[in-house]
Design a protein around this ligand. Structure first.
Ligand SMILES: [Zn+2]
Length: 439
């Protein structure tokens, strides 16, 4: 047998491929050549493979990296700044004044901290909405993380780009600048129907179609948003977008915590993707997205943490656990959102929600090598009857041992390979001093 040469070989783990058949390899091996997955199978199927770098999974889980479909990464700067307050007090007295002090450097350093936290807890790709997005993109690039990022657009002037016309220009510049990047891609990101006039939303939608890039928007997050739209337009937020032909498979709708049956039908009919953010929705008492109904209709739903001010971490393992349990108690049905479904939401379905499922989200030959290894040799993971159950209900982000993004080893033995964790934390600690007056 001719030997086959890989750059990295991961062996001695249970491979959860998350392919269409949920194929699983016991005592599995994954071969990586350059930035791509070159082979995956059982040890006996993979005997021909050798590599200079061999990673022993120690009997743990080898699976695709997790995909965080909605966050505001730089809000790590506001982690725990203010909690347990009415929404408007929280926003007006704490978050908005602190955000007014942001600049490009703070956003860059806050995003680097988010990347560190995400990679150490097994997330390999995130979708971000924030200000100073050029610096968000730069941080993801430096960290070696895959990211879909966009500059938040709204009716009032932005501290980054000024008037909205400049916001569209800024977005187009980002698209041009990052077009060839292997890790960072750009989305157009109007904040929400309550902060964006119909004209703004129309221009944003056209940009999305013309550049063939996703449109990311907060949609139907709270009851008060729905009431505002009903007062102003006589339509729900989803109905308002549908009536103006602003829904489609290019749209990622974040939250969708307050939906009518008609809204669900519209999301299905227009093949809109949804980002479900259970912990943020719970913490801000926004509502419970009707995820079981959306899934029943075939709507693609990914998982997201939202920003650190309303979560207060970026650990998708915690988010999976919360999502699976929230819908059981909300529906009175312990069979909804089973572990296998939730694990797909945080991997392949998250990738699909971002329009990246041809690239990432599963361990299949030819896809980009975004792979994590979870160490299951721990008291809280012993014994293991059902690997998917453990990933959703028992594992924590801190159980992630190894992370590979685009074929690059970025976390090894629970340590960041290319970032200085101590320096990143020290930088944000210094920045946080300025925000302390709003705590
Ligand atoms: Zn958000």
């Amino acid at each position: 047998m001719h030997p086959k040469q890989a750059d990295i070989l991961i062996k001695n783990g249970i491979v959860l491929t998350m392919d269409p058949d949920n194929t699983r390899f016991e005592a599995g091996v994954v071969a990586i050549c350059k930035d791509k997955i070159a082979g995956a199978g059982t040890a006996s199927q993979m005997t021909a493979w050798q590599a200079a770098k061999v990673i022993d999974a120690g009997g743990g889980i080898i699976m695709p990296g997790l995909v965080n479909t909605h966050t505001h990464a730089a809000m790590t700067c506001f982690r725990g700044l203010a909690d347990d307050l009415p929404l408007m007090t929280w926003l007006n007295d704490h978050i908005f004044p602190a955000e007014a002090m942001l600049d490009a450097d703070k956003v860059y350093k806050g995003t680097l901290l988010a990347c560190a936290e995400m990679m150490l807890s097994g997330t390999t790709c995130f979708c971000d909405m924030y200000l100073f997005t050029g610096d968000v993109a730069r941080a993801a690039h430096v960290a070696g993380m895959r990211a879909l990022v966009g500059e938040v657009l709204y009716d009032f002037p932005s501290p980054n780009y000024g008037p909205i016309e400049k916001g569209f220009e800024y977005t187009e510049q980002l698209v041009a600048q990052w077009r060839e990047d292997p890790l960072v891609s750009i989305a157009v990101e109007p904040h929400s129907p309550y902060l964006c006039a119909p004209d703004l939303l129309q221009v944003a939608f056209n940009l999305s179609i013309n550049h063939a890039i996703p449109l990311v928007i907060h949609l139907s997050e709270t009851r008060s948003e729905v009431e505002q739209l009903m007062d102003k337009y006589g339509q729900t937020p989803v109905g308002f977008l549908a009536a103006r032909d602003l829904l489609g498979p290019n749209v990622l709708a974040c939250h969708c915590a307050v939906l009518t049956d008609a809204d669900i039908d519209l999301l299905q009919a227009h093949r809109v993707n949804v980002s479900h953010n259970p912990e943020s929705n719970m913490k801000l008492a926004s509502g419970i997205a009707p995820v079981p109904q959306l899934l029943e209709k075939g709507v693609c739903v990914g998982l997201g943490t939202d920003g650190c001010a309303s979560n207060n971490n970026l650990d998708l393992f915690a988010e999976m656990d919360t999502a699976a349990k929230l819908h059981k108690v909300a529906s009175g049905d312990p069979t909804v959102l089973d572990a296998a479904t939730v694990l797909r939401m945080s991997t392949i379905d998250g990738a699909r929600a971002l329009g990246m499922d041809a690239l990432i989200g599963s361990i299949e030959i030819g896809k980009q090598a975004d792979i994590i290894v979870v160490d299951t040799h721990k008291p809280h993971l012993t014994p293991m009857y059902h690997p998917a159950s453990h990933m959703v209900y028992a594992a924590r982000g801190s159980d992630v041992d190894t992370v590979i993004i685009n074929g690059d080893l970025v976390v090894e033995n629970r340590q960041l390979v290319r970032l200085d964790t101590q320096q990143i934390m020290a930088d944000v600690l210094r920045i946080a001093e300025a925000f302390r007056k709003y705590a």
